[in-house]
Write a protein that binds this ligand. Sequence first.
Ligand code: TXA
Ligand code: MG
Length: 307
Amino acid sequence: MTNEELQKAVKILLAGGLVAFPTETVYGLGAVSTNDKAVASIYELKGRPSFNPLIAHVDGPEMAEKYVEVTPVARQLMDAFWPGPLTLVLKRKASCPVSYLASAGLDTLAVRMPNNPIALKLITGTGIPIVAPSANPSGRISPTTAEHVATSFGEKAPMILDGGPCSVGVESTVLLATDKTPVMLRYGGLSVDDIEALIGPIIRPEKDPDAPQSPGQMKSHYAPITPLRMNALEADPGEALLGFGPAPQAVLNLSEKEDLKEAAANLFSMMRQLDNGKYTGIAVMPIPMHGLGLAINDRLKRASYKK
Ligand code: TXA
Ligand code: MG
């Protein structure tokens, strides 16, 4: 990668565009984490039928500390294994400006420092964590070369920074590290043995069914406390109408001009704003079932289950 290519990539990211870049595990499809619409474009390009929370890639513990609450055990793990294939899920700071779409509405954010010079230069260049899932369309295998990325996206491929083949080749290990004893969320490039040699036994949900776990922390998706219903044409008394398309009575509108990318970008932050205890319910207007509409409806459906 030339310095010119790096500058171009930084410019694209800061303007809200996408760039594919190498990490030691797999290539990532990156966007600046603080830009809701840029994050929405990731899901659009991948064609994921649901919104999974993304990993925010940082250039070191100092950058992570600006965005999340780094617990002592997380700090110990960062010091030992960063840069490297270890992702830590931590609590977002109250002031964290990262898009709620990247956290899929949760109060946590996954952070990781990749062990790849191109990735690190890119993050330092923007000065902002870069969120990136693996750079492959949904359902295809994760890419470990720039060519995989190019061929799997074809004409839709974004700018790709070529760093040669990935050295690890499998995705990072993901640990929930908000409490004293971390919980394994995904097995990956860093082994459990290496982790346990440093900090002692961790919680492995498939092995320790009785292990103390706070169910709130294990939640993999966000649901408002206020009851939510879908496909509403108007709000009942006491309810807040969350609009899509022209809707004069809507308290908030996902997208007045019926733009699904804008709606995705607004989805979680607007659900959180309306979940403020002032309304008896949240009534969401119909969202069409195509493109990003599939993922939006999937999340609304999960959020509308009775608790
Ligand atoms: O090696 C990797 O991790 C690659 C490279 C590009 O860094 N990235 C990657 O991203 O594999 P992705 O989006 O395919 O997987 C992210 C994983 C998912 O299993 C997701 O559920 C979990 O991390 N995750 C992210 N944020 C989370 C959160 N706030 N709470 C729980 N799990 C989270
Ligand atoms: Mg993936």
